[in-house]
Design a protein around this ligand. Structure first.
Ligand code: CTP
Ligand code: MG
Length: 225
């Protein structure tokens, strides 16, 4: 099968609170988004990588990777789902698209390969996730515990999430309440589709708050040594 990649990178990184969008902060030797793109650009089985950047992005074009022949840049949208959809529409016909957050620089090629192996073996999509480890509590609005939630089948959703690109476009476009789409799998779920989880690495973190920058730096330095 044929694989392509969509990287939503049009966010502003409000929660990190830096003066530029978090994907353009430097960690170790390069920007976060360059770390993120590397394993996809270098992957022999990936034909094309589409990155969605914000309308007023003034950083991406200056990156060394910006002129790579595998890369296409499109304008993102207001919400993550809008940025994903705009990139999906720019993709040529492909069997599978892997959607991966620009803000997850610690993705390892072994996890990308796990998803691709699943596609080859089962002819179907899947997403990465890792098991919840802590005891989980559900509370009311006053932080009073209502119950302890059974942890056995609870997962942290990760990216990449891999689906047929036509199926994903149809699923996203077909959902009435777009705010319910917080990842690609949720669009497929809402459209009535079946999504399988592939157990992924828990160090594939999303840089969300400023303290995550140190963690990302730590993991990236371990991977390269
Ligand atoms: N994203 C996007 N388009 C948007 C919003 C988010 O492409 N309109 C991307 C981000 O760039 C990021 C990924 O979606 O790579 C995950 O989103 P998140 O971690 O929430 O990033 P931000 O929206 O940038 O951060 P924040 O919510 O703190 O502002
Ligand atoms: Mg956001």
């Amino acid at each position: 099968p044929c694989f392509s990649v969509v990287i939503p990178a049009a966010g502003i990184g409000k929660r990190v609170g830096a003066d530029i969008p978090k994907q353009y902060l430097t960690v170790l030797d390069s920007t976060i988004i360059e770390h993120t793109l590397k394993p996809f650009i270098e992957h022999a089985d990936i034909q094309r990588v589409v990155v969605s950047v914000s309308e007023d992005d003034q950083w991406f074009a200056h990156l060394k990777v910006a002129t790579h022949p595998k890369l296409t840049v499109v304008k993102g949208g207001k919400e993550r789902v809008d940025s994903v959809l705009s990139a999906l529409k720019a993709l040529p016909e492909t069997d599978y698209v892997l959607v991966h957050d620009a803000a997850r620089p610690c993705i390892q090629s072994s996890d990308i390969d796990k998803l691709m192996a699943h596609a080859r073996e089962t002819n179907s999509g899947a997403m990465l996730a890792y098991r919840v480890r802590d005891t989980m509590k559900r509370s009311d609005q006053f932080n009073h515990i209502k119950k302890t939630v059974d942890r056995e089948n609870l997962w942290h959703a990760l990216t990449p999430q891999m689906f047929n690109n036509k199926q994903l476009i149809d699923a996203i476009s077909g959902v009435q309440q777009q705010h319910l789409i917080t990842d690609e799998a949720s669009a497929i779920e809402l459209a009535g589709g079946q999504v399988t989880i592939i157990e992924g690495r828990s160090d594939n973190l999303k840089v969300t708050q400023s303290e995550d920058l140190l963690l990302a730096e730590f993991y990236l330095s371990k991977f390269n040594s």
